[in-house]
Design a protein around this ligand. Structure first.
Ligand code: UT7
Length: 341
């Protein structure tokens, strides 16, 4: 029997502060009509003072552990592009706060494809024997890195966290993660980037409000149009590759769970794949783009409201900064999942 990483728990968390399109329109030159028609977003959750990525990760992690029945955990991995600080990683602190002791713990950074990269990494930890069970969390307080005065980016992003528990199991079991397709294109790194704060434009050169580094360099820069084109092309290619490796046809897919960056991107990918729109899962209207938290938050919604039933065949696909992308498949297991609404 072939070994695989098997999904055994799922949880999510959204910070309580909800910001609607109307709220944004009060301070930005934008409108509910523009945001909802161009992106599908109607509201997003945002952290307020005192809440950080770590806090969201702890809440989501606790719910995933509860959903899994509190198994012994051998490793904690957090995918985030908005960590509490550059060093150290968030994951050890999350492990400690969840009472998991001195287990292996580290972060990984792959922006909006972080959840799929993290699933593959967690499956690798299990395959190598480094851990029998892994708590993997996608957690983001990314709105703290977005310029609130930039109408091109401020409406797009939201904060939240989603978590899964994976265990060693058999490839034929429901919940077994299928083959992965992963890829990147660093030649297009500038399409979505935060220039300052790292080793190239060092924080020692001056923080926000000082003049050595322009204030805007501390915020996200996004070139929406070329990114949109890449998102459609790369997600379609990656989804097709994962389906091919799994031996699935498009007709085998009950639910296409794609990264929630823009509902128009999802529609275009579904159309390219030849997948009916009714099988395309969407929750971007309520949460916006939550990067590494996007896919597990969507899975949480679908599982909690009964849309995703045991045995459903799921195609997961993500695309984001890097550029980076990834896809995998799984048959949905029988899980008990708490609603986030
Ligand atoms: O998470 C993975 C990475 N991210 C993505 O994959 C994002 C991919 N890109 C997109 O989703 C879309 O490009 C956006 C939603 C970001 C933008 O939509 P768009 O249809 O590509 O609009 P645009 O940037 O080309 O702007 C069209 C117009 C411009 O005005 P002009 O030049 O035509 O007069 C913008 O200035 O819309 C204007 N605009 C706005 N108007 C009202 C841009 N942002 C806004 C806004 N409200 N918030």
């Amino acid at each position: 029997m072939a070994m695989a990483a098997v999904l055994m728990g799922l949880g999510g968390y959204l910070p309580p502060n909800v910001v609607s399109n109307e709220d944004l329109s009060a301070t930005l030159d934008t409108s509910d009509e523009w945001i909802s028609s161009r992106t599908g977003i109607r509201q997003r959750h945002r952290v307020t003072d005192g809440l950080s990525t770590r806090d969201l990760a702890i809440e989501a992690g606790a719910r995933a552990l509860k959903s899994a029945g509190h198994p012994a955990v051998g490793a904690v991995v957090v995918a985030t592009t908005s960590p509490d600080r550059l060093c150290p990683a968030v994951a050890p602190e999350v492990a400690d706060r969840l009472g998991l002791g001195t287990v292996a713990a580290f972060d990984l950074t792959s922006a909006c494809s972080g959840f799929v990269y993290g699933l593959a990494t967690a499956a690798g930890l299990i395959a190598t024997g480094a851990a029998d069970t892994v708590l993997f969390i996608g957690a983001e307080a990314f709105t703290t890195l977005v310029n609130p005065a930039d109408r091109a980016t401020a409406p797009i992003f939201g904060d939240g966290a989603g978590a899964v528990v994976l265990r060693r199991g058999d490839a034929a079991e429901p919940g077994a993660l299928g083959p992965f397709d992963l890829g990147s294109d660093g030649a297009r790194a500038d399409l979505l980037a935060i220039p300052a704060g790292g080793s190239r434009q060092r924080s020692a050169d001056g923080g926000p409000g000082q003049d050595t580094v322009a204030t805007e360099d501390w915020y996200l820069r996004m070139l929406g149009r070329p990114l949109y084109t890449q998102a459609v092309e790369r997600m379609t290619g990656s989804a097709t590759a994962a389906l091919g490796k799994a031996g699935w046809g498009v007709g085998d897919v009950d639910w296409f769970v794609g990264h929630q960056a823009n509902v128009r991107i999802l529609r275009a990918v579904a159309e390219e794949l030849g997948l009916p729109e009714e099988r395309m899962a969407v929750n971007i209207d309520r949460v916006g783009n939550t990067l590494a938290a996007s896919i597990p938050l969507l899975l949480n919604d679908l599982a909690a409201d009964g849309t995703l039933r045991p045995g459903a065949r799921v195609l997961v696909s993500a695309f984001g900064a890097g550029l980076s992308w990834g896809s995998t498949v799984l048959e949905w297991p029988d899980l008990s999942v708490e609603s986030l609404r």
